[in-house]
Ligand binder design. Structure first.
Ligand SMILES: [Zn+2]
Length: 72
């Protein structure tokens, strides 16, 4: 009988750990997704740290930043 309780506890721990790992993975992916921004000039999606930001606008390259400024 004792072994069954140990198996049940082990199984429960396994379920909890895999659940937490999966949750952490999903949150990590969501955090990465949120960092994607759209280039105002060509619509290309680039990660926030790679994008060039100006006045809340994002650009994939300095060329597009300049082109956007010239088109205004
Ligand atoms: Zn662009």
């Amino acid at each position: 009988m004792r072994i069954l309780i140990l198996i049940a506890i082990g199984l429960l721990l396994y379920i909890i750990i895999t659940h937490l790992l999966r949750k952490a993975k999903i949150e990590d992916e969501q955090a990465r997704m949120e960092k994607m921004v759209r280039c105002e000039q060509c619509g290309l999606h680039v990660s926030e740290h790679e994008a060039i930001q100006q006045n809340h606008h994002y650009f994939c390259s300095t060329q597009h930043l300049e082109a956007f400024n010239e088109s205004k």
